[in-house]
Write a protein that binds this ligand. Structure first.
Ligand code: AP5
Length: 219
């Protein structure tokens, strides 16, 4: 049976950072809705141009567009063994659509690690974040600096700061998370899938705790 893990947490909690390591360890595809939107934007597709209008304001891209995009992605052969979802679902309608999609793929959500971090820390994290252009590897100028400033340690590509990491946009993204995504905590609690991890601990400690929760859930 394919395995599906959903990472929950506010903007800057460390979902992308953890997803890169955990998906490799588990041999699952890392599906990040934000990364797919950014790839589309880079390629100047209609989807990318539409998504940009929402992302730049810190708002969510409409459900119908986002759900169709993720459904299509999950049906690709490289997701046969399952996937680690990062940034999706983000609304109750997306969570219900995901459940329905996974049934049709012969699986279900098995574990939902919630990376908990308070808003003050998020703002500092996002203002110091640097992302790699080629594959989205993530660094922080203070907490996780690259060996050489401006260059990705892993693939040598250029590091850049995301446009939606401007303080005003970050504030809006956090508010949108509280209003539209936080209700999913209860949704997954009721299904007994939620495991909360303290995301203010060092990156490696967060990884260890998430891995141990996921292993218990999928054994
Ligand atoms: P998306 O790209 O998904 O952004 P996000 O959820 O806001 O999350 P981030 O990528 O900002 O943060 P993260 O939790 O991955 O943290 P990271 O690991 O980078 O979405 C962007 C936009 O796309 C949305 O606003 C929306 O418009 C649209 N969108 C996406 N999905 C959508 C959906 N499903 N529906 C509708 N619209 C959607 O870490 C942050 C920083 O902290 C890094 O610098 C990192 O090095 C550092 N760090 C990480 N962990 C630690 C630690 N333990 N200690 C110290 N520093 C740490």
């Amino acid at each position: 049976m394919p395995e599906y893990i959903v990472l929950l947490g506010p903007p800057g909690a460390g979902k992308g950072t953890q997803a890169k390591v955990i998906s490799e360890t588990l041999g699952l595809m890392h599906i990040s809705s934000g990364d797919i939107f950014r790839e589309n934007l880079k390629a100047q597709t209609e989807l990318g141009k539409l998504a940009q209008t929402y992302m730049n304001k810190g708002e969510l891209v409409p459900d119908d567009v986002t759900i169709a995009m993720i459904k299509d992605r999950l049906s690709k052969p490289d997701c046969e063994k399952g996937a680690l979802l990062d940034g999706f679902p983000r609304t109750p309608a997306q969570a219900v659509a995901l459940d329905e999609t996974l049934v049709s793929l012969g699986g279900k959500v098995q574990c939902v690690p919630l990376i908990a971090v308070e808003p003050e820390v998020l703002i500092e994290r996002l203002s110091g974040r640097w992302s790699c252009r080629a594959q989205g590897h993530v660094y922080h100028s203070k907490y996780n600096p690259p060996k050489q400033a401006g260059i990705c340690d892993i693939d040598g590509s250029e590091l850049y700061q995301r446009e939606d990491d401007q303080p005003a946009t970050v504030e809006r993204r956090i508010k949108v998370y509280v209003e539209q995504t936080a209700p999913l905590i209860e949704y997954y609690q009721k299904k007994q899938l939620l495991v909360e991890v303290d995301g203010t601990q060092p990156i490696e400690v967060v990884t260890e705790q998430m891995m141990s929760a996921i292993k218990k859930a999928i054994k």
